[in-house]
Design a protein around this ligand. Structure first.
Ligand code: BG6
Length: 503
């Protein structure tokens, strides 16, 4: 596909002094500037609560970029991309709930034509900011110019609040102006899922309950909750990761082939499969889920206090830091195929992966052989991070005179073939926001469908007085998560065994 050029645009970032802006947004803009995908006609206006002038924000960013990891810093500062961008960054400070800041932004924007707003702020401010932008005429698209708003996650905290937020926002702007971010969709391997499926008959031809036994989707992290206690204790692993990141992966795996790669065609198919996720009763939700919280222990030789002892977390918190679910997508293609999802903090490895396990062969001619009695099913392992790649596990004949099968892995690693460099994952998302491509952004109906599928778990857990099961930091999670999958005669894929070690 031809790379579209970005028109002159002003990016207004709410929350300009926050962590997201300096860690992900600004480095992504620098990378885009370096690669030439955005030109020197991009202007950035930062908006924040802290008082200060343009130089205040620039210096803050200087300091942060100076403290990046050596790898990231080398990439960010090795040329003049940051210097060129720096002078085009300005800053306005004020209270996001008051009219004054919007007047100041308007004055600063002057006759700017194309404007993209990015809300890197707490979720309670999403609705109020969009209302104020619209009231001050900042969302009006005139003379063929665009006004777009990119909104971070979490988009709502349950089905009712997500719907209320959509009602509030869509009363001010139209859907085509709204870009709901899910940074997982910016990851290269996630975007590759569509190519892997729809450019390869060998994969797509086998992609149904005729050949697939079950699917596992995992996002395991070694990091603990750290300084995010306030946000996390009100959120938990389920809300933080499942209806957004993991459901986006599930949708990419389970969607029907779209008629084209147009945003609406792709989003229609993703929406359809998310709407087909079985909505459990509360009893079914309780039976098909496991919650855990990490206890005291060690990670990588470093002592870690239990989640409930984390700053800003209540000592009798019932918030989960781990969740495992068994779900079904009730469509013809996926009828009877369980989707096992799990995510958690303070686990043994950072490992985001999708594992497709195929049905066993119907009849083992090699039944005389010892190995064959345990003939493993074929597996397709899509490693999203780290060590991005795809591997296919198959059985072959061991060399020699006897007929003996051995499992081997056919591996492709991104790093072996491409210079994947140090990107933040936000590059594609910002670029698409500028060119007006909503493919990698979530549409209101998909978000609501996601919340509808997780709502029974939220309801079941809030009605249940028990606390989540404790697991040991650095482990694979709570023991009951193993039971959840073992009672179906299956096993979780081992965490942290990166592709080249699986050979
Ligand atoms: C964020 C969650 O959306 O995604 C975090 O709020 C989580 O809790 C993060 O750590 C994981 O993203 P990544 O890209 O590091 O896998």
């Amino acid at each position: 596909m031809v790379t579209k050029s970005v028109p002159p645009v002003t990016l207004v970032i709410f929350g300009a002094t926050g962590d997201l802006t300096r860690r992900l947004l600004v480095p992504a803009i620098i990378n885009l500037t370096r690669s030439g995908l955005v030109g020197d006609d991009l202007t950035v206006v930062g908006v924040g609560i802290d008082e200060g002038d343009d130089e205040f924000l620039r210096q803050r960013l200087d300091e942060f970029l100076g403290h990046l990891s050596p790898q990231a810093e080398a990439q960010t500062t090795r040329d003049d991309a940051w210097d060129r961008l720096r002078s085009r960054i300005s800053y306005r400070s004020g209270d996001f709930t008051k009219d004054e800041i919007y007047e100041a932004i308007k004055l600063r924007l002057g006759s700017a034509a194309n404007i993209a707003f990015c809300l890197a702020v707490p979720p309670s401010l999403f609705g109020p900011i969009v209302e104020k932008l619209a009231t001050h005429g900042l969302m009006e698209e005139t003379d063929g110019c665009f006004r777009r708003v990119a909104i971070e996650k979490p988009y709502g905290t349950d089905l009712a609040s997500a719907r209320a937020l959509d009602t509030q926002i869509l009363a001010q702007v139209v859907e085509k102006q709204v870009y709901r971010l899910d940074h997982f969709l910016g990851k290269e391997t996630v975007q590759n899922l569509m190519t892997a499926r729809f450019a390869n008959m060998i994969i797509e031809g086998l992609w149904s309950n005729n050949y697939i036994d079950h699917v596992q989707i995992t996002a395991a992290e070694t990091v603990d909750v750290g300084s995010r206690g306030k946000f996390y204790d009100a959120t938990g692993a389920l809300r933080d990761m499942i209806p957004n990141h993991l459901f986006q992966l599930l949708a990419m795996i389970a969607m029907e082939p779209p008629n084209s790669f147009d945003a609406e065609a792709v989003r229609n198919e993703k929406g359809k499969v998310l709407k087909a996720l079985r909505v459990y009763s509360m009893e079914e939700a309780a039976a098909n889920s496991v919650r855990g919280t990490y206890g005291t222990g060690n990670i990588d030789g470093q002592p870690l206090s239990a989640y409930r002892e984390t700053k800003d977390v209540s000592s009798d918190s019932r918030t989960e830091t781990y969740v495992a679910l068994k779900l079904y997508a009730d469509t013809w293609r996926w009828a009877g195929v369980p989707f096992y999802l799990r995510t958690g903090k303070a686990l043994t490895a950072r490992d985001t992966e999708i594992v497709i396990t195929f049905n066993k062969v119907p009849f083992a001619q090699f039944r005389e052989s010892e190995v064959t009695r345990h003939l493993p099913p074929n597996r397709l392992v899509i490693q999203v991070q780290p060590d991005e790649g795809i591997s296919m596990e198959i059985s072959i004949k061991r060399s020699g005179q006897s007929v003996e099968t051995v499992p081997v892995s056919l591996d492709f690693r991104y790093a072996d073939r491409f210079d994947i460099g140090h990107t933040t994952g936000y590059e594609s998302l910002i670029y698409d926001l500028f060119i007006g491509d909503q493919t990698l952004f979530q549409r209101a109906d998909s978000i609501e469908a996601g919340w509808a599928a997780v709502q029974p778990f939220l309801d079941a857990w809030s009605a249940d007085n028990t606390i989540p099961e404790t697991y040991v930091p650095g482990s694979m999670g709570p023991a009951s998560a193993d039971d959840l999958i073992r009672k179906d005669g299956r096993e979780w894929h081992e965490l942290g065994v990166v592709l080249h070690q699986r050979r």
